[in-house]
Design a binder for this molecule. Structure first.
Ligand code: ATP
Ligand code: MG
Length: 562
């Protein structure tokens, strides 16, 4: 493949394999991938990596990518998860067209295949409990023990398997196993279980089945049934590959068969990605739900203000690795800053307001000042903001006894108000009891209006909002959910001990410029000098709520380096 500049594009190792397969004319020169989630939780940023990879490869090679729900386990899977998974993939910008499949669609075919293996003398019913079977597995260096039921006749196995299916036996009393090799150095080849009895309803097949295939008995075959050419999965499945290939050799007709390629799963520091633990955070109320803006789920990131483009760019940039590694979550945060820098209008919002009175500005006068919406993109135009005698500025932008390089407001000092005038702090009013500053008294210099060509310069520029025009809003300052780089990897410590107590700060009475009325959920803005924010889906005109996506600068790296 060549890119536009004509230079040879560097391929990642999966692309290199695919191009080689295409060159050799394998699988009728088709590229067909799939994304196979188990509907037992919401998708997270690790899944997003896999989605971008599988759909991305299909797009790149004019192929197809299926969505397949790996729903072999009836007890943990729910329709809510199926729907959220579909929403999230669509939102990320990918389309499986009419190819929405379910491993449960193949229960009949898998059953027939199991019968075929029995007939070939390659599978048997074992009457032992799961514990006894596990006890006979051996260790990687010691061969396992053969089951006393291993040499049942084909007739007996067929009869018992049929009766397992008919519901004659209780859960856990029998399993179907492949007859491979109890001495194999690969533990997965030591007569793995194919079917177990579970008298449980399934979200799609209802009560039709009381035996369910094991994941390993369904996964590779499902790929084969769908004509998948490249089965991309994470490294832990490398050792399962010989088993999948063992099944396909008895299943496949013709020359097309899936080729499994393993890559390193995405790990992020300061982040938990195990579905089991994410579910625990939800159930125990540490977060408001799977879509809490602090969750690493796609729905959480969406509510936090992430864009699909930022996630896709991140997934591209981190590439695919063959070895496990940990990616700095700052890279994900960088990706959203970079995208929003181009797209988000700049607005003024004062999160922690301090009243300023411009004593020489006429009472009752209002000026509409013009300001640009995005210096990165002229086409986003300009808007008007009202200026009046009473304003709000950020409390932290004033200090009574400032250190040397404090270029903001202090008694006697001057700053520019963004898109407005230079003001000078003449006086302040203090609550004598608490020491709190109640308001500032400033004067403005009418000759310094922004855009008027005045050449008077001052060092600091502050954002501000006109007090009588300001909108009152709630602002939720979200931060990382964990304050440890590797919350789940600490010996003898539960990951929940590392929940960041400051991961959510709710500010009320924040003052926003009046252009921020009638906003739609998830509309995105840069609050000048603060960060990127979006409208929370629960926001209303009566009670506007904004979520912080990321601050403008990363304060965590600094802390780490200290
Ligand atoms: P489970 O333990 O429930 O199986 P899982 O994270 O493997 O969890 P699946 O629903 O089976 O969840 O994953 C669907 C697909 O996403 C699989 O192909 C899996 O390899 C891939 N995937 C899951 N987590 C990551 C990750 N962190 N990085 C890259 N791919 C991932
Ligand atoms: Mg899995």
């Amino acid at each position: 493949m060549k890119n536009n500049s004509g230079a040879r594009e560097s391929l990642n190792f999966i692309e290199a394999i695919i191009e080689e397969d295409l060159r050799l004319g394998k699988n009728e020169k088709r590229v067909h991938t799939r994304f196979p989630p188990e509907p037992n939780g919401y998708l997270h940023i690790g899944h997003a990596k896999s989605i971008c990879l599988n759909f991305g490869l299909a797009n790149k090679y004019n192929g197809k990518c299926n969505l397949r729900f790996d729903d072999t386990n009836p007890s943990k899977e729910e329709v809510e998860y199926v729907n959220s998974i579909k929403d999230d993939i669509r939102w990320l910008g990918f389309d499986w067209e009419d190819r929405e499949y379910y491993a449960s669609d193949y229960f009949d075919k898998l059953y027939e295949f199991a019968v075929k293996l029995i007939k070939l003398g390659l599978a048997y019913v074992d009457d032992q409990s799961a514990e006894s079977i596990a006890g006979q597995k051996g260790t990687p260096t010691q061969p396992g023990q053969e089951s006393p039921f291993r040499n049942r006749t084909v007739e007996e196995n067929l009869d018992l398997f049929e009766r397992m299916k008919a519901g004659e036996f209780r859960d856990g009393t029998r399993v179907l196993r492949a007859k491979i090799d109890m001495a194999s150095p690969n533990m997965h080849m030591r007569d793995p279980m194919l079917y177990r009895i579970k008298h449980e309803s399934h979200h799609r097949t209802g009560d039709r089945w009381c035996i369910y295939p094991m994941y390993d008995f369904a996964h590779g075959q499902s790929d084969y049934f769908e004509g998948i050419t490249h089965s991309i999965c994470t490294l832990e499945f490398e050792v399962h590959r010989p088993l999948y290939d063992w099944f396909t050799q008895y299943l496949a007709e013709g020359s097309c068969r899936p080729r499994q390629i393993e890559f390193a799963r995405l790990n992020l520091n300061y982040t938990i990605m195990s579905k089991r633990r994410l579910l625990e955070l939800v159930k125990e109320g540490h977060v408001s739900g799977w879509d809490d803006p602090r969750m690493p789920t796609i729905s959480g990131l969406r509510k936090r203000g992430y864009t699909p483009e930022s996630i896709r760019n991140f997934a591209d940039r981190i590439g695919v690795a063959k070895r496990d590694n940990v990616i700095d979550v700052a890279l994900l945060e960088h990706a959203v800053r970079e995208d929003l820098n181009l797209k988000a209008p700049r607005v003024m919002a004062v999160l922690n307001p301090l009243k300023v009175i411009i004593t020489n500005y006429p009472e009752g006068q209002v000026e509409e000042l013009e300001t640009i919406n995005n210096p990165e993109d002229e086409s986003m135009g300009t808007r008007k903001i009202p200026f009046s005698r009473e304003l709000f500025i950020e409390r932290e932008d004033f200090m009574m006894d400032p250190p040397k390089k404090f270029f903001r407001l202090a008694p006697g000092s001057e700053v520019r108000l963004k898109s407005a005038y230079i003001i000078k702090c003449e006086d302040y009013v203090k609550d004598e009891k608490t020491g709190e500053i109640l308001e500032l008294h400033c004067t403005y210099d009418p000759a310094t209006k922004s855009g008027s060509g005045s050449d008077r310069k001052v060092k600091g520029t502050l954002h501000w909002v006109s007090a009588p025009h300001a909108i009152d809003a709630e602002v939720r300052l979200y931060d990382r959910l964990f304050n440890h780089e590797d919350p789940a990897g600490q010996k003898d410590r539960d990951y929940k001990e590392f929940l960041n107590p400051d991961s959510l700060k709710r500010l009320t009475g924040c003052k926003l410029e009046p252009s921020l009325t009638n906003m739609k959920p998830l509309d995105k803005f840069q609050f000048q000098r603060q960060g990127y924010f979006c409208v929370d889906p629960d926001s209303t005109n009566e009670h506007p709520v904004f979520n912080r996506t990321v601050p403008l600068r990363d304060s965590w790296t600094k802390m780490k380096d200290r």
